[in-house]
Write a protein that binds this ligand. Sequence first.
Ligand SMILES: Cc1ncc(COP(=O)(O)O)c(C=O)c1O
Length: 486
Amino acid sequence: MRTTPSAGSLYQILADDLTAAISSGRLPAGSNLPSLRECAIQRKLSLNTVTAAYRLLEDRGLIVARPQSGFYVCSELAEPEFAFRRIAKDVVGAAQEDLMTAVLEAQQRPGHIDLAFAAPRGKKFYPGERLARMTSSVLRRQGNVVASYAMPPGSELLRDQIARRSQRLGMDLTADCIVLTHGAMEALHLALRAVTRPGDFVGIEAPSYFNLYPLLSALGLKAIEIPTHPQHGLDVDSVESVLAEKRVAALVAMPSVHNPLGCSMPVDAKQRLAKLLNQYKTPLIEDMVYAELQFLEPLAPTVKAFDHGGWVLACGGFSKTLAPDYRLGWIAGGRFSQAVQRLKFASSASESMLLSETVGQFLKSGGYERHLSSLRRLYFAQVATVRGLVAQFFPGGTRATQPAGGFVLWVELPPQVDSLKLFHAALEKGIVMMPGQVYAKGPRYRHYLRLSCCQEIDERFTSAVRTLGELAVKMQKDGNKAPKGR
Ligand SMILES: Cc1ncc(COP(=O)(O)O)c(C=O)c1O
């Protein structure tokens, strides 16, 4: 049976349970929660436990206490709708790259609060001490490890652990089909080089991982955007028409926890997609960096799980689950494995054996699995909290996704709010956010932004989201006042 994660203590279990009821609509916006005493009696809990749970829900911005009248569910945020149904061509543009550079520069500024950074940040999210001990132990026990060149495909220990873990996602990878890469980014790079030639068209999701656009342009590739539903991911009917017309050399997609949408494709859609790829003999580069951060367990299978002919190139990594600086990724290239291995050798030869063995040991010890289950609970609660803050502080008409995993929220602002202007206004106040314009050429995502929820939600974070919301409210008002036609 699939279960929703729950935190260790009773009050957290109750808070997570009520959060899930609110998120799923079982407790709709504006509804009245049972009083503290009623809830304590119904759930057979102490009054203190229920009080602590309700306080946590208030902190998450999900409920408000109204004097003399009890607790109410905060105004609900609708989810973004399926706005773009058209298959669009030539979607990679230089303006996006310039904007990305501006965001990256802003992230380097000291003293700012970064709501754009998308990797675990802070002690709560990263098992630093454990990994430091493991690094020392690898250095002690394998003294020569840093004195030689590792060769592709890289540490057998880590590849074997990745292969074992693949079963949790319904795959049956073996160590010998996996190549370690310099982050998942290099995995995507090698995969694209293995299956395309400059000038080819590649089918991508809309929106897509923002770094994919410069990668495609660096490889001389053109992209076709395939409509992607904010809750169900890639539209398989559109994929079928693109494949049938032989319009693309390959597809790139994130069917299990999409960035920035946070959604996963339904399992039957993944199965149908795998069948189509095999039928039309078209490779899919399946980016699964967030797949192990699905909120519900057991984890839903990937598309690769249904791929019988080796047409799926699975790409993963540890930046989102451990730490980005390890730069550890991997690829299982299916029928393109040999080409991938050759390209890796020509590209950067190998990955650091010290880091690969450290992470391999962590996986083998069971520490990674425990770390992942606590991360899932943590991110589930963090995303709900930030969603609550958005509901509280952002202008009326704002929508936000309800992610199936991971730690990012995709927010649709009212049409009067241009997210690039919001980015600049926020930057003046020391806040960095990811404007929607990096996710497509042209104005398509002008009213969208991505918020990361992978750092401590403390006073500073909350106040940054509040400021962002207030700026957006002001822009909406100014937009309403502006004379028509200008
Ligand atoms: C969807 C997606 N794929 C790939 C990557 C690249 O990951 P890595 O840091 O392992 O290169 C990222 C990082 O942001 C990502 O979000």
